[in-house]
Design a protein around this ligand. Structure first.
Ligand code: SF4
Length: 187
C-alpha cells in the first residue's frame, strides 16, 4: 500500500499507519470528544503543519472534528479558528516549532492533558490496550513493554515504528517518525 502526501481525505489512514502513537492518540481523542485541550491543540496542529498538511485542509479537518460540539460560528467565537491559524503561522508573527520526543516525554501532564508520550505517560495496561487497538503484533507488544519498563521510551517507539512499517530507526522527534514512515510506505 502506497501513501500520498497528507491531506483531508487520507488523514485517517495516515494517522493509523504512519503517525507516531502520540499523534494517533490526539487524532483519536479529537474525533471521540469533538475537542482537544489547549496543549494538545498546539502540539497536534504544529505536527500536522510540519507533516506537510496544507492550511485549508487542516482547518477543515479541525472544524469538522469539533463540529458535533461547536458549529462554525461557535468554532470562530471560541477562537479555535484563530488559534489553529496561529499555530499554522497564519496569525501573529511567531514561527512555531514542533516539540522533540525528549520534551514530550518529560512533560508533566495535568488531569485533562492528553499531549504526552503514551510510552512514557500511560499505565502499562492502558498502553497494552492501546497497542492492541493499533493492531501491533503480540511479539512487538512484548518488546515495547519491556523497553518501557526500562524507561527506554524512544526505543519502545522505534519498535512500534518497526511493527508498522518494517524499518528500524531511533526516534527523536514525532515529525521524523512520520517522515521515516511515509518514506518507507511510499509517498
Ligand atoms: Fe511520540 Fe516521541 Fe513518544 Fe514516539 S517517543 S510516541 S514520537 S513522543
Amino acid at each position: 500500500l502506497e501513501y500520498s502526501p497528507l491531506h483531508i481525505n487520507n488523514i485517517d489512514s495516515h494517522a493509523n499507519n504512519l503517525f507516531p502513537l502520540c499523534m494517533l492518540t490526539l487524532h483519536k481523542n479529537m474525533l471521540r470528544n469533538s475537542h482537544l485541550p489547549h496543549g494538545a491543540r498546539t502540539q497536534y496542529a504544529i505536527f500536522l503543519k510540519n507533516a506537510g498538511m496544507c492550511y485549508e485542509d487542516a482547518m477543515t479537518y479541525f472544524q469538522n472534528s469539533f463540529s458535533a460540539k461547536f458549529d462554525e460560528e461557535a468554532f470562530r467565537k471560541k477562537r479555535y479558528f484563530y488559534y489553529f491559524s496561529y499555530c499554522f503561522g497564519k496569525e501573529g508573527r511567531t514561527v512555531h516549532f514542533p516539540e522533540s520526543c525528549d520534551n514530550i516525554i518529560s512533560r508533566v501532564l495535568s488531569t485533562n492533558d492528553v499531549h504526552g508520550c503514551p510510552f512514557a505517560h500511560y499505565d502499562s495496561n492502558v498502553l497494552k490496550a492501546c497497542l492492541e487497538e493499533s493492531s501491533i503484533q503480540e511479539i512487538s507488544i512484548r518488546d515495547i513493554l519491556k523497553a518501557v519498563s526500562n524507561q527506554q521510551y524512544k526505543v519502545a517507539c522505534s519498535y512500534y515504528l518497526h511493527d508498522k512499517v518494517g524499518v528500524s530507526k531511533v526516534i527523536a522527534h514525532p515529525n521524523s517518525y512520520y517522515d521515516i514512515a511515509i518514506q518507507h510506505r511510499g509517498a
